[in-house]
Design a protein around this ligand. Structure first.
Ligand SMILES: Cc1cc2nc3c(=O)[nH]c(=O)nc-3n(C[C@H](O)[C@H](O)[C@H](O)COP(=O)(O)O)c2cc1C
Length: 180
């Protein structure tokens, strides 16, 4: 199958996640176009069989570039089997209130842009201290403390579960594997 993997990433973890997704899809025999939705001008989404879109939460909102991409491609997206990868730090934990909030953020985003992805996967992201400016670093150290996590403010800390992500992809593909 021809699969489009489009992402929006502020500090780079969603980009890394989508590179993994693209590699995994290619490994099982699919043809993939990986792109930052910010640079998707002129893309003809209709030539794909499926689409995966990914974005990350910042202050409970997904990137405006993702918002713009979905709105600009609404008609084609409505006709394509789709998967939304929602990246966040809350997904790294098991706090019921956090998870309720995550589902609300996704529901709000999908309602705003009028997109109903066939499937949503919540993917744990990362603290990217090497990418933060002074104020973001302070804020994220506070977030880490609130979550009871000890972090090194000079190093990144990744929570993405790569094996679980690969399994979710395989499930979404429903066994459509081109290579043996
Ligand atoms: C300023 C800021 C705000 C964030 N807000 C949220 C949030 O509201 N909920 C959440 O679960 N994670 C939040 N995060 C965590 C990000 O979703 C996480 O770091 C993710 O890996 C970022 O992906 P990216 O590197 O692709 O931008 C926030 C991170 C930053 C830096």
């Amino acid at each position: 199958m021809k699969i489009c993997v489009g992402y929006a990433s502020t500090e780079g973890q969603t980009r890394k996640i989508c590179r993994f997704v693209a590699d995994h899809l290619v490994d099982v025999g699919h043809s993939v176009e990986l792109l930052d939705v910010d640079a998707a001008e002129g893309l003809d989404l209709a030539r794909f069989d499926r689409v995966i879109l990914a974005g990350s939460l910042h202050l409970k909102r997904f990137q405006s570039s993702l918002d713009g991409f979905v709105r600009a491609n609404a008609a084609v997206l409505a006709a394509l089997p789709s998967l939304f990868l929602a990246v966040s730090l809350a997904a790294a934990g098991d706090d019921a209130e956090d998870w309720r909030g995550l589902r609300e953020c996704v529901a709000q985003f999908c309602a705003d842009v009028r997109w109903q992805p066939a499937r949503v996967e919540h993917v744990a992201g990362a603290f990217r201290f090497t990418e933060y400016d002074f104020f973001k670093s302070l804020a994220m150290r506070y977030v880490a403390r609130q979550r009871g996590q000890v972090v090194d403010p000079h190093a990144d800390r990744e929570y993405t579960d790569w094996a679980a992500l690969a399994a979710a992809l395989d499930d979404w593909l429903g066994g459509v594997c081109v290579k043996a």
